[in-house]
Design a protein around this ligand. Structure first.
Ligand code: ADP
Ligand code: MG
Length: 351
């Protein structure tokens, strides 16, 4: 949040083609399936006998991110994670990305370089190829749209519609931390507005802030499930909060669900920051967002393969559709679940 006095090059100095060349000069290719990457009218991909999965996500300044506390390098990294998470949620392997950027001349070349450094770091870490994109100007603000491609054997691909009554409901990792990280950053932003010399001490919140600013997509889960010989019946990634994702699985699969409050995996840092902010941690887990963990269902017969694994927590089970979707509280009360995930259009009822 400090003044940056490093040299600034205006976007117009490089021109569109110069800018594309400049930004993509460190792009490397890792995937044998990329026959042609950047530099022609279109990229060429050969996934041979595998099915191809494709997903796109757009991030808009002021709607999805705030550059007051989001460093551009982290933004680039996160923009890739958001997309890879969707590929992994199909039980597929991510292979390629296209990156489209619209930026106003408020952003110097150096800013877009930072953004691109995050994108290429993510691509390298996750072994995916940046194979193209588009670069254009905008009258205000920054927009990043990424498309990710992946591959999987057709019969392994896991959709939202395969859950059956009595299937176990399983989540990876822990949830709620990214949302609380955002609350901490928002609070520091307000403090900074009042006193620009205040140096925030984010140390006690490092896990939360990291989950918000540098999320990691669950690349490991597909191969882990394959090693355990578990084929999930349905899967989704957690971008909008646990309850809206459970509702998506239920509605698509035409089943109900019971989610047990006491089973929801929370990091101790989430529990303590919720006490500090005087917020109920279950509410955060259900309605927060941006966890980028995976939520899936498995047949009961796979219970032994899942139960002892530290990557997984069994949080409930599916039921007949007519039984509905419920949170079973610690006090054994059944509360109907409602979707309260993020809604870009500002409408709280997003069903
Ligand atoms: P066209 O006029 O055919 O759309 P462009 O001049 O927009 O081509 O892009 C030239 C090449 O650079 C293409 O391969 C395109 O995919 C790639 N490209 C453009 N912008 C980006 C970007 N932001 N990141 C990665 N590749 C890009
Ligand atoms: Mg173009």
């Amino acid at each position: 949040m400090s003044e940056d006095n490093s040299p600034k090059t205006s976007l117009s100095e490089l021109g569109e083609f110069g800018l594309i060349d400049h930004l993509t000069r460190f792009v490397e290719l890792y995937q044998p399936s990329t026959l042609k990457g950047i530099g022609d009218d279109a990229a060429i991909i050969d996934h041979e006998n595998f099915a191809t999965v494709v997903t796109t996500d757009m991030l808009v300044e002021g709607v999805h991110f705030d550059l007051a506390y989001m460093p551009l390098k982290h933004l680039g990294y996160k923009a890739v994670m958001v997309n890879l998470s969707d590929i992994y949620a199909m039980n597929a392997e991510a292979t390629q990305l296209t990156v489209s950027i619209a930026a106003s001349n408020r952003f110097p070349v150096e800013a877009l370089e930072e953004l691109y450094a995050g994108i290429t770091l993510a691509a390298k870490t996750y072994n995916v190829d940046v194979i193209g994109g588009d670069t254009t100007s905008s009258t205000s603000g920054l927009v990043i749209s990424i498309t990710a491609l992946g591959k999987a054997e057709a019969e392994k691909i896991t959709k939202r519609d395969g859950a059956q009554p009595n299937d176990l409901l399983v989540v990876t990792g822990d949830i709620g931390a990214a949302y609380m990280g955002l609350q901490v950053l928002e609070r520091e932003k307000q403090v900074f507005k009042v006193n620009p010399n205040a140096q925030p001490d984010l140390e006690p919140y490092s896990y939360l802030v990291e989950r918000q600013l540098k999320p990691e997509a669950r690349k490991d889960i597909s191969s882990l499930l394959a090693a355990l010989e578990v084929q999930p019946t349905s899967m989704i990634d957690i971008s909008d909060g646990l309850s809206s994702e459970i509702i998506h699985l239920c509605k698509n699969s035409k089943v109900g669900a019971n989610l047990f409050e006491e089973k929801i995996p929370l990091d101790p840092a989430v529990i303590s920051v919720c006490e500090e902010f005087n917020i109920d941690s279950t509410t955060i887990a259900l309605n927060g967002g941006e966890d980028y963990e995976l939520l899936f269902t498995v047949d009961q017969k796979d219970f032994d393969k899942i139960k002892g694994n530290p990557n997984f927590t069994i949080i409930g089970h599916m039921t007949e559709e007519r039984e509905g979707m419920h949170l079973v509280t610690r006090g054994n009360q059944k509360i109907p679940m409602k979707a309260q995930g993020w809604n870009t259009f500002g409408d709280t009822n997003d069903e």
